[in-house]
Design a protein around this ligand. Structure first.
Ligand SMILES: Cc1ncc(COP(=O)(O)O)c(C=O)c1O
Length: 380
């Protein structure tokens, strides 16, 4: 198959599919632009591979660690995309990145320990310390040169507390879309190393870097973090297969990997065979679909950026990665920007869920016509 930008213009009705995104406003004239999946049809290569697998007719047990094609596909992808050459045995398959960072809380902390997170952040990441009877320590996000980034001084101060055992970072960031530079990541690594804090790095958005000057650096690829990090990734966001519940942790250090696997035992199911097939195919046969997706998302990002910043009361910075726009609505002068925007017929994610009620988050991983409609509604 050869894909073109116009393939991504196609509108597919998801209203009767139990889609989380589309159910929220069912029966209302509100365009849902919230949950972080995209409105794009999966690459045909993925759909064909899934069909071939189901045509076989048996869907019994399998061992993800022994499913060599998927493990090799991850190695290929990480080498090609991120210049990171990993060993297949470093991979631990997990049925989602959210369960994976919760497992990390269990594996590396004792009740009462502290977990560092950056705010604002993805709501399940903010919730993880509490779910695991741990205390959360928040590090602010600051703006430098029109780009959101982490307050490294606050991180350095927080990490000094010996009760802080792990830092769950989100890179590229959700909601702000920042890709940490080599310098920032080295500084984070230094702080973690000096204070014996493990870095749990949620990199689910790492293949969605839109800024052509930016480069994603996986945490575990930094020599100084090789033995003190867990890197969490998936094909799910990029290739729109999140419903298949398949992701993976890369844990080069054998001791950390053993603790992680032990914490999973008896609780975490193995990933599904269809998730493995989809991941394998995404990482080996879909390069051209992926290149086209990035081109499409870059155009959507630019369109939204220009349009949103022309509407009174809204302001956004250009996200370096993800298909998410973090929009400051504080100048609207309303108490609840989310309600104001919904009343106009647009359904973003409420900033309050991420830690700032003055913001909204718009998902631009959709046909451009949806964004045109959203902008038109916001202007009226
Ligand atoms: C930063 C981040 N981590 C994790 C997830 C979800 O991961 P999973 O569905 O693999 O549990 C999301 C989904 O929006 C996300 O944005």
């Amino acid at each position: 198959m050869h894909y073109t930008l116009s393939d991504f213009d196609t509108i597919i009705d998801r209203r009767e599919t139990y889609s989380m995104k589309w159910q929220k406003y069912q029966g209302k004239d509100i365009l849902p632009l919230w949950v972080a999946d995209t409105e794009f049809k999966c690459a045909d290569e993925i759909l064909t591979a899934i069909k071939q697998r189901t045509d076989h007719g048996l869907l019994g047990y399998h061992l993800p660690a022994r499913y060599e094609p998927a493990n090799e596909a991850v190695c290929r992808w990480l080498s090609k995309q991120h210049g990171w050459d990993i060993q297949p045995e470093w991979i631990v398959w997990t049925p989602g990145v959210v369960p994976a960072f919760n497992v990390a809380c269990q594996a590396y902390c004792q009740p009462g320990d502290k977990v560092i997170v950056q705010t604002p952040n993805y709501p399940p990441l903010l919730a993880a310390p509490g779910i695991n009877n741990l205390q959360r320590v928040d590090i602010p996000t600051i703006v430098e040169n029109d780009r959101w980034t982490i307050d490294l001084n606050a991180l350095e101060e927080a990490a000094k507390d010996p009760a802080c055992k792990i830092f769950i970072v989100c890179n590229p960031g959700n909601p702000a879309g920042t890709v940490f530079t080599q310098q920032e990541l080295s500084e984070i690594a230094r702080i973690c190393e000096q204070n014996k804090v493990l870095l749990i790095s949620d990199e689910i958005h790492c293949d969605l870097v839109l800024d052509e000057q930016a480069k994603h650096l996986p945490a575990g690829a930094l020599p100084e973090l090789q033995n003190s990090s867990v890197t969490l990734m998936a094909a799910s966001k990029t290739f729109n297969v999140a419903g298949l519940g398949t992701s993976f942790a890369i844990i080069p250090d054998a001791r950390l990997r053993a603790s992680f696997s032990k914490a999973m035992m008896g609780i975490m199911p193995w990933v599904t065979i269809l998730g493995l097939v989809a991941t394998e195919t995404a990482f080996t046969q879909c390069d051209q679909w992926y290149d086209t997706l990035l081109q499409y998302l870059r155009k959507n990002r630019q369109f939204l950026f220009e349009e949103i910043n022309q509407i009174d009361g809204f302001n956004m910075l250009l996200p370096q990665a993800t298909f998410l726009a973090w929009i400051d609505a504080s100048k609207l002068g309303v108490d609840l920007p989310q309600a104001y925007v919904e009343a106009k017929g647009v359904g973003p994610s409420p900033g309050a869920d991420f830690g700032d009620k003055n913001f909204i988050r718009i998902n631009f991983g959709c046909p451009k016509s949806y964004l045109e409609q959203a902008v038109q509604r916001l202007k009226r």
